[in-house]
Design a protein around this ligand. Structure first.
Ligand SMILES: Cc1cc2nc3c(=O)[nH]c(=O)nc-3n(C[C@H](O)[C@H](O)[C@H](O)COP(=O)(O)OP(=O)(O)OC[C@H]3O[C@@H](n4cnc5c(N)ncnc54)[C@H](O)[C@@H]3O)c2cc1C
Length: 403
C-alpha cells in the first residue's frame, strides 16, 4: 500500500477518492489539492437552487474543514498542479513546489469551452462552472435583465429556467436544431422544448452568436444570419472538456480525456484518474466513454480508492444523470445505442418515459417526472438480462414487474 497519495482536484471525484481511501483503511499521508479557494463543493445546485437564491454557497459544501481534519485529509486550496514529472513520481505546483507521490489521482474535472467573439470582454458576459461564477451571476439576475443564453445543453437550459423563475426575459440560441442534442433522445428534447416555451423561453435554433455589442456593457447580440437581439446579459453554456494542457510531456496516454481502464488506472505506474477528466474503457460499451456527471465522479472516486488499496474491483456502473428545469426532473440511465428501438410511454400528465431497446436487453431510459420507471429501469439495465420487448412496449406494464 502507498505511503503518500496525492489527489489533484478537490471536487466530487477527488474528495470521494480521499474519503473512500480512509474508509478502506488507508493509513498513509493523503493530500487533496484544490485550485479554487473553497472547500470541496458540489456543482449541480449552482445552476438551480443557488441561482434562484434558494441555497447559500455553504449548502454546496460537500465536507467541512473539521471532517477533513478528523480524517487526516490534508486539504490545500489555491494549489494548482502545473506539471507531472512521472519519471520522478513528482508533481510541480504553480508556486514551484515539488510534491512526491507514491500514488497519484488526477481528478481535475473539466474546463469550459470558451467562445471568442467580438464583444466577449464586455460587462455582462458570463460562464458558469464555479461557485464564484454562480454567485456573481445570481446577483446580476436579480435585477431581471434580458438574458441571452448561448447553448441549449443541460446547463444552458437550467440557467434559462432559473432566470425565468427570477422574472428575466430569456432567449436561447442553439447551433443545432434540437435542445440537449448530445444526450437527450428526440422525444425528451421535444417535450422540454414545449415546456420551456410554455414558460416564456424563446429559442433560436440553427443559429450561432456572431458578435456581442455594447459600449461598456452588453446591449445587443448579433447572430450569424444577421439577426440582432436585445440582451443585457449573455451566458455562454457551450460545454466543457478535460484540461490536459498541464499533462503534456508527462507520457500520460490521452484522447478526449485521460485514458483509464475499468480500475481507473492510466498507462503510467501508480497514476489514476477519475471524474470528468477520465475517458474510461467501460465494460458495458465498446467505445471509451467520457462522462460528465456526479454519479461517474463518485463511482470512479471509489474505484480509484479500491485500486490503490489493492482491492479487486472494477468500474462497471450503469451511467446515470439528472437535470431539473421548471417542474421537470429529467433522469437518464444507460447510454442509448444507434440501432436501438425507441419506445415512448407517457402515462401521466407532465411526464414521459422513453426506453432504448437493444436486440436483447434494455440499453437506456430517459424520463421526465417518472421516478418509479427510472428506478426500475436502472436495475433492469444493470442486471443486463434478456428482455421481453413486447412487455416493455406495452405502456400498461409496470417496469418493476420485469425485475
Ligand atoms: C452548473 C453545473 C450544474 C451541474 N448539474 C449536474 C446535475 O444536475 N447532475 C449531474 O450529474 N451533474 C451535474 N453537473 C456535472 C457535475 O458537477 C460534474 O460532472 C462533477 O462535478 C465532476 O466532478 P469532478 O470531481 O470530476 O470535477 P469537478 O467537480 O469539476 O472538480 C475538479 C476540481 O479540480 C480543480 N482543478 C482543475 N485543475 C486542477 C489542477 N491542475 N490542480 C489542482 N486542482 C485542479 C478544479 O478547480 C475543480 O475544483 C453540473 C455541473 C455544473 C458546472
Amino acid at each position: 500500500m502507498s505511503d503518500t497519495t496525492v489527489i489533484v482536484g478537490a471536487g466530487q471525484a477527488g474528495l470521494q477518492t480521499a474519503v473512500s481511501l480512509r474508509q478502506g483503511g488507508y493509513a498513509g499521508r493523503l493530500l487533496l489539492l484544490g485550485s479554487e479557494a473553497h472547500l470541496p463543493y458540489q456543482r449541480p445546485p449552482l445552476s438551480k437552487q443557488v441561482l434562484k437564491g434558494e441555497f447559500d454557497a455553504d449548502r454546496c459544501t460537500l465536507r467541512g474543514a473539521d471532517f477533513l481534519a478528523a480524517q487526516e485529509i490534508e486539504f490545500r486550496p489555491h494549489s494548482r498542479a502545473e506539471a507531472l514529472l512521472s519519471d520522478q513520481q513528482q508533481l510541480r505546483l504553480a508556486d514551484g513546489q515539488l510534491l512526491s507521490y507514491d500514488a497519484l489521482v488526477i481528478a481535475s474535472g473539466a474546463r469550459l469551452n470558451r467562445l471568442h467573439l467580438p464583444g466577449s470582454e464586455l460587462d455582462g458576459v458570463f460562464y458558469l462552472r464555479t461557485i464564484d461564477d454562480a454567485l456573481t451571476l445570481r446577483e446580476r439576475l436579480q435585477a431581471q435583465p434580458q438574458v441571452l443564453i448561448a447553448g441549449a445543453g443541460y446547463i444552458g437550459l437550467e440557467v434559462a429556467a432559473s432566470a425565468r423563475a427570477l422574472g428575466c426575459k430569456v432567449r436561447v440560441v442553439e447551433a443545432q436544431q434540437q435542445l440537449m442534442q448530445r444526450s437527450a433522445l428526440p422525444a425528451i428534447a421535444d417535450f422540454m422544448r414545449a415546456r420551456h416555451e410554455q414558460e416564456g423561453v424563446a429559442f433560436h435554433f440553427g443559429r450561432k452568436l456572431a458578435a456581442i455589442h455594447g459600449q461598456r456593457q452588453v446591449q445587443r447580440v448579433g447572430l450569424d444570419d444577421g439577426t440582432e437581439l436585445d440582451a443585457e446579459l449573455v451566458v455562454k453554456g457551450i460545454g466543457v472538456r478535460p484540461d490536459l494542457r498541464w499533462l503534456e510531456g508527462s507520457g500520460l496516454a490521452t484522447a478526449r480525456g485521460i485514458l483509464v481502464d475499468d480500475q481507473c488506472r492510466t498507462n503510467l505506474a501508480n497514476v489514476y484518474a477519475a471524474g470528468d477528466c477520465a475517458e474510461t474503457q467501460h465494460p458495458l460499451y465498446s467505445e471509451p466513454v467520457l462522462l460528465e456527471s456526479v454519479q461517474n465522479a463518485v463511482s470512479q472516486g471509489k474505484t480509484c480508492a479500491a485500486a490503490i488499496l489493492g482491492q479487486d474491483t472494477s468500474y462497471s456502473d450503469v451511467p446515470w444523470f439528472w437535470s431539473e428545469q421548471f417542474d421537470c426532473r429529467i433522469q437518464l440511465a444507460g447510454l442509448p445505442q444507434p440501432q436501438d428501438e425507441l419506445v415512448v410511454r407517457s402515462d401521466a400528465p407532465n411526464s414521459m418515459t422513453v426506453l432504448a431497446l437493444g436486440a436483447d436487453r434494455l440499453h437506456a431510459i430517459q424520463c421526465i417526472n417518472a421516478p418509479r420507471d427510472y428506478m426500475a429501469a436502472r436495475k433492469i439495465i444493470a442486471l443486463g438480462d434478456a428482455i421481453d420487448r413486447d412487455r416493455l412496449r406495452n405502456p400498461k406494464t409496470e417496469l418493476k414487474e420485469l425485475l
